[in-house]
Ligand binder design. Structure first.
Ligand code: HAM
Length: 426
């Protein structure tokens, strides 16, 4: 049986037409991150398995990691996210680095998920993280940066919405107000995180098992509240609730008004400690998360160094591409080849200097020195998406001129060797 040409399930091949889109997305991500003062870093895709066992998401560790033993018997994992890696890197140089520290990266990450629209087993994810700022200014900067990316892509603010919440607030309610222990409180948070993936009955059943009956009504009311004013007065007065309110006001000041306070937004990871946020496409056919993040003040400290206040987010290429396609925001990308040189006859050796000179002038040149007939070469050039070709045969070589053919109009012009660059860009 012949070998399959399909890529691994849930992974993608990027032919040039896909890679051009990918590069455009990365270009915008990079441009905006740099504009906000972030510097790029990178790391290996393989990490030791223990990095993920301590404090990430239960679902990711138990069900979604690609873990295996290397030939030396070490347990290793293909990174399912970048946050543990960047925390490890910062912890390794905790004393030497200067803060505030702004870092970004565009890693490929792997999760064993059920492939479906917007969700694959590998994706590229912009990670933006700010270390050393405990003030609200850091949370504010994250959301402005993510919004700037969307603006740079040409998106309208009514095509995406930003939800924010405070894990600290929910923690306070569960642990202080309802006197729940750590374990039960975490179980409630995980249940709320899955709320939208289950029926109301299953969710309520789960709550009843975990929360004392005296508090269920209030908690349900708070989880259903989707703005600050519908929270009970004494909850609104809590510092964590005030912070969220402030954040929303500060975002409004720079025109980011598509923000909702969503008390049921948990974000699956156990490491988030305070404000969390997530952005969604408002188009119903594409209601996926475009980016998600939050404050995780405890992760760097897990490596045995002094803890660092940190906030960051991840934005995936799959959902961004779906978003750009859904909202018709993807520019048309053609080939990056400026011209193809079609050599007719056995003249490659006579033309090496000319071709080299064209490249030195910054022209992207593809050469066809095969011995096929000219019409075949023109057809192939057209199929490759090239717009212009230079035809050079016996006669052209003798008089040191080429035929410049525009494949879109069919127009042919005779151009001297010395004038090719000028003519191509005129
Ligand atoms: P996350 O919410 O798991 O967060 O992922 C962030 C984004 O990555 C999502 O909003 C989505 O765009 C994309 N994404 C996640 N899983 C998939 C998948 N299976 N297929 C396609 N796209 C996906 C994190 O990973 C956190 N580590 C982000 C973070 C950085 N928090 C702080 N700093």
């Amino acid at each position: 049986m012949a070998l399959s040409t399909a890529p691994y399930k849930g992974a993608r091949d990027f032919y040039p037409e896909d890679q051009r889109i990918e590069m455009y997305i990365f270009f915008v991500w990079r441009e905006v991150a740099l504009k906000f003062g972030y510097e790029e870093y990178n790391a290996s895709i393989i990490e030791s398995e223990e990095l993920y066992l301590s404090k990430t998401s239960q679902e990711i560790v138990n069900e979604q990691t690609y873990s295996f033993e290397d030939r030396g018997g070490r347990k290793v994992t293909l990174r399912p996210e970048m946050t543990p890696t960047v925390s490890r890197m910062v912890a390794a140089r905790r004393q030497e680095l200067a803060y505030p520290l702004r870092l970004f990266s565009i890693p490929n990450v792997w999760r064993y998920e059920r492939p479906q629209r917007g969700r694959l087993r590998e994706h590229w994810q912009l990670n933006v993280d700010l270390f050393g700022v405990s003030e609200l200014a850091a949370d504010h900067e994250m959301i402005i940066l993510a919004d700037s990316i969307m603006q740079r892509f040409g998106a309208n603010r009514d095509s995406y919405s930003i939800r924010i919440n405070s894990r600290k607030l929910i923690d306070h309610l569960l642990k202080t107000r309802y006197s729940m222990d750590e374990e039960n409180a975490l179980a409630v948070i995980r249940l709320i995180d899955k709320k939208n993936k289950m029926t109301k009955e299953v969710f309520n059943d789960g709550l009843q098992k975990l929360v004392h009956s005296d508090h269920i009504e209030e908690l349900t009311g708070i989880l259903d509240a989707n703005d600050f004013s519908s929270l009970p007065d004494d909850v609104r007065a809590l510092p964590s609730a005030q912070q969220i309110h402030n954040l929303q006001m500060l975002l409004g000041r720079v025109g980011i008004t598509n923000v909702t306070f969503d008390t049921s937004l948990m974000r699956g990871f156990d490491y988030y400690t305070d404000i969390v946020f997530e952005m969604f496409d408002t188009a119903p056919e594409n209601n996926r998360s475009l980016f998600g993040g939050g404050r995780y003040d405890g992760l760097v400290g897990l490596f045995g160094v002094e803890p660092l206040p940190t906030v960051g987010f991840g934005m995936g290429d799959v959902s961004i591409r779906d978003f750009l396609e859904t909202h018709k925001l993807l520019p048309e990308f053609g080939t990056t080849v400026d011209v193809a040189v079609l050599i007719v006859g056995n003249h490659y050796e006579a033309l090496v200097e000319l071709i080299s000179d064209l490249r030195s002038e910054g022209i992207h040149v593809a050469v066809d020195a095969t011995d096929r007939k000219l019409d075949k070469k023109i057809k192939s050039a057209d199929k490759s998406g090239y717009k212009k070709v230079l035809i050079i045969g016996d006669n052209e070589l003798k008089i040191k001129r080429v035929v410049l053919k525009d494949l879109e109009t069919g127009q042919e012009t005779s151009v001297s060797f010395a004038n090719i660059a000028d003519k191509l860009f005129s």
